[in-house]
Design a protein around this ligand. Structure first.
Ligand SMILES: [Zn+2]
Length: 315
């Protein structure tokens, strides 16, 4: 039996616990920063496998770090388990079929992230124990894969400083090794505050926050032509002020994602988007608040490890 077959056998032996975790997390369907039961289930499974647990690192309630061994290179796996907004879905259906309309869910497969990394960390631990290979295996339980980013808090607190290699993955429609990087991204909330008035009786007395949000989006859609083609700008309305057309809307909020290949390029475009928002506030006589919600550096893949992964995957 060659090495790959032995490792496959260990994974096969324990696959039921990984599948059970994936199913449990699917059922919990907890959105970002609220993954209490999901984090508890995965951390308990790692503890049962002999990993030592650090709970609530960096003040994150739904994060944890599980460590096995203490020698050799430190190899880490990222595990995530956040459900996404409005992706409630019946299991085993390939078309959109919510269990509960509008509820969070794992329709994009985030329930697999933590379970798959669990299987990998356990397989590496078993391999080290069987063969006497010296290594430290870590599993980072990271909240909020999307919209928040628990990994950022770990990075800022230096948790990755002594880690030699990190493996991460994401479910998708095909099996492949991603040798590509990904864009740096920041999420920003642009909130406008105006003055309400009756839209027919006294519109001149009102200052529309909704107008400001719309003008900001128009401005950004013109800005789009004058930024580097690799950059991406997209937005969603988070608040439109209300649902009554006969009211001048007093509040409005637009959530932007600003992306570019490098952090410096992203920050430069963000400054220009901020200016567009300020311009929209000036045009409409409204007040603007800018709140940065999250940010990720561009991801830099390791070519040597990617090629090794590719060879293993082919095997
Ligand atoms: Zn995701």
């Amino acid at each position: 039996m060659n090495e790959a077959q032995r490792i496959t056998e260990w994974v096969e032996q324990k696959k039921e616990s990984a599948i059970a975790l994936a199913r449990a997390v699917w059922g919990f369907a907890e959105p970002n920063w609220r993954e209490t039961q999901s984090a508890a289930a995965i951390s308990a499974a790692l503890e049962a496998e002999g990993f030592a647990l650090e709970r609530r690192p960096c003040g994150m309630e739904t994060a944890f770090v599980a460590t096995w061994g203490g020698e050799g290179p430190v190899i880490a796996f990222l595990g995530e388990y956040d459900a996404l907004p409005a992706l409630s879905q019946q299991a085993g259906r390939a078309e959109k079929a919510p269990l509960c309309e509008g509820a969070p869910g794992h329709g994009c497969g985030h329930n697999l992230l933590g379970a798959g990394s669990f299987a990998a960390a356990v397989a590496l631990k078993d391999y080290c124990r069987e063969t006497g290979l010296r290594a430290t295996v870590k599993y980072f339980g990271c909240p909020a894969e999307e919209d928040g980013g628990g990994k950022v808090f770990f990075a800022r607190a230096g948790y990755f400083d002594k880690v030699d290699a990190v493996f991460a993955w994401h479910p998708g429609p095909a099996n492949y090794v991603s040798g590509q990087g990904c864009l740096a991204v920041t999420g920003v909330l642009y909130s406008f505050k105006g003055r309400t008035a009756h839209a027919a009786g006294a519109p001149f007395a009102g200052r529309s926050a909704l107008d400001a949000a719309e003008l900001m989006n128009v401005g950004c859609n013109y800005l789009r032509e004058h930024i580097i083609p690799e950059a991406r700008l997209h937005y969603a309305y988070r608040d439109v002020g209300g649902t009554a057309p006969n009211v001048v809307q007093e509040s409005a909020c637009v959530h932007y994602y600003i992306r570019a290949p490098r952090v410096a390029q992203m920050l430069d475009i963000k400054r220009r988007v901020d200016d567009v928002a300020r311009g929209a506030a000036l045009m409409t006589g409204t007040a603007l608040t800018i709140r940065e919600v999250d940010g990720f550096s561009d991801y830099v893949p390791n070519r040597a490890l990617s090629e090794l992964l590719w060879q293993c995957m082919r095997e």
